[in-house]
Design a protein around this ligand. Structure first.
Ligand SMILES: Nc1ncnc2c1ncn2[C@@H]1O[C@H](COP(=O)(O)OP(=O)(O)OP(=O)(O)O)[C@@H](O)[C@H]1O
Length: 256
């Protein structure tokens, strides 16, 4: 059996006396798209921040491709092949689409302190930036400053920046937050495309997005995973219905 992309076991996180993550075991296979859902305050962002290195675990283990990453700094985790996007757009508004992607590649390849090294890599960087631009469907917007793109295009660019470093585990925090139906469809198609052959872990409140994208779903309630499985298994799980999904799906149906 191949080593999972991500393997979390016995993970806990306390803030002072508050036990926020209370013993999580979770495995994400290579190439799997995995969604984490659950009610407000369940600990989804905290779990996300533990995996990406913003917080150190109180106990337990987080392995990326078999190597322990729990407690490493975010940039060290990034170098090992895990990249995250941000809920708040993380691009440079005055730089063009192309420059943003080039900058992401430059940063990821670790040339930021070596100007001469960088000059020698110009061609590879330019080609890499062009390739990602095609992948995220922004070639026609190549020379537009990022700040002038539509909101959905900015999120697409941000996904481009996230995959720019060649990471094979992508973490997305609410990638469709604040989007209209059509923008959501556009970003979902894009995420499906760019995560082909990569592993995806996403926190998302929109159940249409979750059930449309995820191979497997984990339901986090009060710092523990109460169910993990394929979408239809999770949807049919009575405990999940009771703790979370019943109310959410009713609300979404009512909203049309
Ligand atoms: N740095 C912190 N210090 C103390 N408590 C925190 C900290 N970060 C989060 N918490 C608490 O941890 C709990 C879980 O928060 P978290 O943001 O992880 O939940 P969530 O599932 O992402 O919620 P939402 O869906 O509303 O974003 C909350 O009660 C929150 O107040």
């Amino acid at each position: 059996m191949s080593v999972p992309a991500l393997e979390i076991s016995g993970l806990t996180k306390n803030f002072g006396a508050a036990k926020i993550i209370r013993g999580i075991d979770l495995t994400v296979a290579r190439g799997e798209r995995h969604a984490i859902i659950g009610p407000n305050g369940a600990g989804k962002s905290t779990l996300f921040n533990l995996i990406t290195g913003r917080f150190a675990p109180s106990s337990g283990s987080i392995r990326l491709h078999g190597e322990e990453i729990g407690g490493l700094a975010p940039y060290e985790i990034n170098r090992r092949g895990l990249s995250r996007s941000f809920q708040i757009t993380n691009i440079f508004p005055r730089m063009t689409v192309f420059e943003n992607l080039r900058c992401a590649l430059l940063w990821a390849q670790g040339y930021r302190y070596s100007f001469w090294h960088m000059v020698g890599r110009q061609r590879a960087l330019n080609e890499g930036a062009e390739r990602i631009m095609e992948e995220i469907n922004l070639a026609a917007r190549r020379d537009v400053p990022a700040g002038l793109l539509s909101y959905a295009e900015q999120r697409a660019l941000e996904i481009g920046v996230t995959i720019g470093g060649g990471a094979d585990v992508i973490m997305l925090d609410e990638p469709t937050a604040g989007m209209s139906h059509s923008e959501t469809d556009y970003i979902v198609d894009l995420i499906r495309k760019v995560t082909e052959g990569r592993s995806l872990v996403m926190v998302e409140h929109d159940m249409g997005v979750v059930f449309g994208l995820a191979d497997r779903i984990s339901v986090l309630v009060y710092g523990q995973i109460i169910a993990t499985g394929r979408p239809e298994e999770v949807r049919g799980n009575p405990e999940v219905q009771r703790a979370y999904l019943g109310a959410v799906l009713e609300k979404e149906e009512a909203a049309g």
